[in-house]
Ligand binder design. Structure first.
Ligand code: B12
Ligand code: SF4
Length: 592
């Protein structure tokens, strides 16, 4: 579309928004020019936009946005004309691609998915959508919208916010569009109240059969996994890896498809938002639902037939195996049987995130046999005190035995760590860095974050005693005057620990900046070693040696991708690593 036409749309929008803000009224495509309800005589048209991360998954692999794809499948099953717009996988800049999509069709409803970390970018697309489609019903949904509907109304041009799982509210909206009924007052949504406040209409969480039906309707056949794989293969320069084994290993990482079989995590970690998502939408304690073993295998077969080149299925549940789990052993048996009959490819591998206290040698062995090659564990920290603060001290005694057994079985444990908590001591930070280094050298993979990120909905974000230690960052919505302060870090209360963590973070960020032009995308195994490297000097200065600097440096070099031009890149990259003083004495890792 030409620029002047866009401007014209923008003009319409601004008047429109002012009018809506002044009256507190929402747009409603069923209200005709006269204000009387009108009925859609055709199938409703809905565009769903995934969370927008232009930084392209700085920490993790990107993938098609599962939430909006699942909604698309459910809507399609009732005859809605629905399209997913994935801003992270466009051939042109996301704004331009969205503009094209919106102008190609008179959408009745446009839905924007939100997360805390992507919010400023999600809002950018929402404002663009509002300018281009002033008459469409504009919805916000997803994590951030559920926890902060009032924020969506103050920062975004939304008519309505969907709380929690989107399936039921969207189906209800579709029914009302078809019948010409008012779109206000839908269960599972929030809307602006006449007094300018926010009116929430809670909904209960999906029940087992509803969740199963929604998952089964996820249109895997249409999800552009191959496009993501191609981009990742380029980013990781898979073609330049010198050996077939190295190429195969990297392809197994890249060619993955995500499957979610659960809607709730009951663990209640104090830094986590996801554990409170359904409670927030329901307004009370929600209960768990998940697929059974047979249904999981059916989904695996569907995924393989939709994406025959898939090497790994990532079970993306917050927690895949529970302590009182009755699913995992039958599921492993069913996978093995399916591989034997050829119903699943023999070489298909799996990744899942699990409770470490739910792992027994029997379960680990069964998972290994079924093809689980990486098991994620939210260890978070190796200090008992910090685990207590995170409400997960019960995992402490399980860490060492489970990691040891998993490694012995040839499984790679992936440990998610948060280096500091609000009440961390320097000794806690040192213990976590040392243990992280120890387990990295044993063969674990580690993802490391320096402090708690205050996601909306997490217990820690709402704790008033942590307010003085919460850092805010000014965020701006590109293309608008809208700006706000978003909580970005909860720092340690102790000034010495705080300064240490911030100094480590500064060193880390500087190193990443220097490394990035020289090395291909840094995977988490390298990023976590870099965190350790960047902590050595600061910690040693405080009498807390972590590891031998030269040894860490050579571990880093050894893990650099073995590319054809390796030697040159390798020496350049390691020369860039912070020049660190040798720590005086290096302790061995304390027994857990
Ligand atoms: C899998 C996953 C990923 C994967 C894949 C994401 C993907 N593209 O599918 C990867 C590893 C790439 C990833 C990356 C990131 N993730 Co992530 N991720 C998850 C995880 C574990 C599961 C998400 C999922 O698939 N859920 C299943 C689907 C079906 O649920 P859903 O997306 O919530 O959608 C439902 C509802 O929310 C709602 N809904 C969602 N969108 C919309 C939109 C509309 C219009 C409507 C009506 C309804 C609606 O309806 C859907 C169906 O019921 C969640 C934790 C969780 N349990 O949700 C974290 C989580 C969503 N991720 C999080 C974060 C921070 C990120 C990153 C920003 C991290 C980073 N800096 O790289 C990036 C963002 C990348 C991006 N562009 O999306 C946070 C968000 C925190 C918050 N409160 O906002 C979470 C909650 C984890 C956490 N607690 O820290 N993530
Ligand atoms: S951090 Fe993981 S285990 Fe803890 S409550 Fe959140 S999803 Fe559950």
């Amino acid at each position: 579309m030409r620029e002047e036409t866009l401007q014209a749309f923008a003009g319409v929008l601004h008047k429109d928004v002012r009018k809506n803000r002044a009256t507190g009224a929402s747009r409603d495509p069923t209200q005709g020019q006269t204000g009387r309800p009108t009925q859609l005589t055709r199938s409703p048209r809905i565009l769903l936009i995934g969370p927008y991360d232009p930084l392209c998954g700085e920490y993790t692999f990107l993938a098609p946005p599962l939430g909006v794809w699942r909604l698309a499948g459910v809507l399609e099953s009732v005859g809605v004309e629905v399209k997913v717009f994935d801003p992270n996988c466009c051939a042109e800049p996301a704004g331009r691609a969205l503009e094209r999509e919106i102008l190609a069709c008179p959408w009745d409803v446009i839905g924007v998915s939100t997360t805390g970390m992507t919010l400023r970018f999600d809002l950018e697309l929402a404002h663009l959508a509002r300018r281009l489609a002033p008459r469409a019903l504009l919805l916000a949904g997803g994590m951030e919208a559920t926890f902060r509907p009032e924020l969506m109304f103050s920062l975004g041009p939304f008519d309505c916010v969907v709380l929690g799982e989107g399936e039921r509210p969207l189906l209800e909206l579709v029914a009302r569009l078809r019948s010409g009924a008012s779109l206000r007052g839908v269960t599972g949504t929030a809307e602006r109240a006449a007094d300018g406040g926010c009116l929430r209409m809670p909904q209960r969480a999906l029940e087992r059969t509803e969740l199963r039906d929604a998952i089964f309707r996820t249109p895997y056949e249409k999800m552009p996994y191959s496009l993501y794989w191609e981009r990742l293969e380029d980013a990781y320069r898979v073609g330049s890896l010198p050996t077939k084994a190295a190429r195969e290993a990297r392809l197994a990482e890249v060619r993955s498809v995500r499957l979610i079989t659960l809607n709730y995590c009951p663990m209640g970690c104090t830094f986590c938002s996801s554990t409170n998502f359904l409670h927030e939408a329901q307004g009370s304690v929600a209960s768990i639902a998940r697929l059974d073993a047979e249904e999981c295998v059916q989904m695996l077969q569907r995924i393989v037939s939709a994406h025959p080149r898939v090497r790994t299925v990532i079970f993306q549940d917050d927690i895949f195996v529970f302590t009182k789990d009755r699913r995992i052993l039958p599921l492993c048996e069913a996978i093995i049987a399916a591989k034997e009959t050829g119903a699943l490819p023999r070489e298909l591998q799996f990744i899942s995130t699990n409770r470490i206290d739910a792992m027994s040698p029997e379960r680990l062995a069964a998972m290994r046999q079924a093809g689980f090659r990486v098991l994620g564990f939210g260890i978070e920290n190796f200090s008992r005190n910090v685990l207590d603060e995170f409400n997960k001290v019960h995992i402490y005694s399980h860490i060492r035995p489970t990691l040891t057994s998993a490694l012995e079985l040839g499984i790679t444990p992936f440990l998610d760590l948060i280096l500091s908590s609000p009440r961390t001591t320097l000794a806690d930070v040192a213990a976590t860095l040392r243990e992280a280094y120890h387990w990295l050298r044993q063969g674990c993979e580690v993802g490391m974050y320096p402090y708690v990120i205050p996601f909306s909905g997490a217990a820690m974000s709402a704790d008033p005693t942590l307010q003085p230690f919460t850092v805010y960052e000014r965020r701006q919505v590109a293309g608008t005057q809208i700006a706000w302060d978003q909580p970005s870090k909860i720092l340690p209360m102790d000034p010495a620990v705080r300064e240490t963590i911030l100094r480590i973070e500064r060193d880390f960020e500087e190193s990443v900046l220097q490394l990035q032009p020289r090395a291909a995308h840094l995977p988490s195994r390298l990023r976590s070693l870099l965190w350790i490297q960047c902590s050595l000097q600061t910690m040693a200065e405080q009498g807390l040696p972590i590891a031998d600097a030269e040894e860490v440096r050579s571990e880093f070099a050894a893990r650099l991708p073995q590319l054809a031009d390796t030697e040159e890149v390798r020496s350049e990259v390691t020369a860039t690593l912070p020049q660190l003083h040798q720590a005086a004495a290096v302790p061995t890792v304390a027994a857990a």
